[in-house]
Design a protein around this ligand. Structure first.
Ligand code: HEC
Length: 114
């Protein structure tokens, strides 16, 4: 992981502030609730709804400490592994939390892409 510099944090906060002011996140767009449709897109299958809900709670809770809960479909499926690898340690998340969060993010990304 590369170190996070102060100016990058400032830039991120400015982006988050601009997004929040734009109001595009007020409705929770791009952060779908846990549903049968979402569960059907969990890979590998078998994770239960409670784990997915924990993942969503982390996304809208701990992950929205420095910036808002950014719309998951604003970033490509190929970008998310790198984002989670960078943001996880910043949050920070323990192992099970990382798994639940990743399962939620990837299932949501797949659902929103349809
Ligand atoms: C300690 C503050 C902090 C926490 C906690 C945090 N982020 Fe971030 N995040 C940032 C900053 C600063 C940026 C912009 C600069 C950057 O990308 O490194 C950012 C950028 C992003 C972006 C934009 C994409 C990108 O590549 O820049 C996404 C998506 C994101 N964060 C998701 C998350 C998720 C998911 C979590 C929870 C696991 C999380 N963040 C937790 C500070 C944080």
């Amino acid at each position: 992981m590369r170190p996070i510099r102060g100016e990058e944090v400032a830039a991120g906060l400015a982006v988050a502030a601009a997004l929040a002011l734009g109001g595009c996140l007020a409705s929770g767009a791009g952060v779908p609730p846990v549903s049968a449709e979402l569960l059907a897109r969990v890979e590998p299958a078998g994770l239960d709804a409670a784990a997915l809900q924990r993942g969503r709670d982390l996304y809208v809770g701990k992950c929205a400490r420095c910036h808002t809960a950014l719309p998951i479909d604003a970033y490509g499926a190929e970008a998310w592994p790198g984002i989670l690898a960078r943001m996880g340690p910043l949050t920070p998340l323990d192992g099970p939390e990382q798994q639940d969060l990743a399962a939620y993010v990837y299932a949501a990304r797949a659902l929103l892409a349809e």
